[in-house]
Design a protein around this ligand. Structure first.
Ligand code: GRF
Length: 221
């Protein structure tokens, strides 16, 4: 909780698909591990599993279908409008597969988090597990970062480093990385709502100390 706030932090989550990260954060809120409440879930795709999860958890959800808008600006404008209705302290991108306009990013600057399945700045973009394996990397992982106007480029908050095993397939690696997503995203959200992590002039700070480029690192064996 922010020190001046009496109420749990208000969190809006944006999804495009399965919503497993959303659920991990929702459970951490429910168990009071995170002093926050997910007050709304917005999906850019209708009919996805994440919306079913929201309904089961009794969390208000809606769809802003990007295919119904003629430009990115128009879609993002509607999205901003929907999000602002909730008056959130924090906006969490959890498997939200749309590139956001600079206007959107500026609107929620410093209170907009994303999760990306790689050890950023390595492997921005898609197919990260495959690319890490093809490059012969020994380690892969996942990063939670503040969102800046550069795609997958904002300052890192926390990473989980996952070894790539000799007998890994893309699917097995992805599964192990996802298990860590569900660990580190709730941690990052907890820190945010406690006011421990902040973004100042494009850099991330933890308890007022500048974080290294990697963010804080969790090593998984
Ligand atoms: C995650 O692997 C995340 O890293 C990526 O999209 C996936 C979303 O999964 N950006 P879920 O919708 O949270 O289950």
């Amino acid at each position: 909780m922010h020190p001046e706030q009496a109420e749990p932090a208000r969190i809006v989550v944006l999804i495009s698909g399965s919503g497993s990260n959303f659920q991990a954060i929702a459970e951490a809120c429910k168990s009071k591990e995170i002093d926050g409440e997910i007050i709304g879930v917005i999906s850019n795709r209708p009919g996805v599993m994440g919306l079913d999860r929201a309904k089961q958890l009794d969390i208000p959800c809606s769809v802003v279908d990007h295919t119904e808008y003629s430009s990115r600006e128009e879609f993002d404008g509607k999205l901003i409008h929907e999000i602002e209705q909730y008056g959130p302290d924090l906006v969490v991108l959890a498997g939200f597969m749309r590139i956001l306009t600079p206007d959107f990013v500026r609107r929620f600057k410093g209170r907009l988090l994303n999760i990306h399945p790689s050890l950023l700045p390595k492997y921005k973009g898609l197919h990260t597990h495959k690319r890490a394996m093809e490059a012969g990397d020994k380690e892969h992982g996942v990063t939670v970062h503040f969102v800046s106007e550069d795609l997958d480029g904002g300052p890192n908050i926390i990473q989980a480093v996952v070894p790539i095993l000799d007998d890994d397939s893309e699917a097995s690696l992805k599964t192990r990385v996802q298990q860590q997503e569900h660990v580190i995203y709730p941690i990052a959200v907890k820190w945010f709502v406690e006011g421990r992590i902040t973004m100042i002039k494009g850099d991330a700070y933890f308890d007022s100390e500048a974080l290294p480029e990697t963010g804080l690192q969790l090593n998984v064996n």
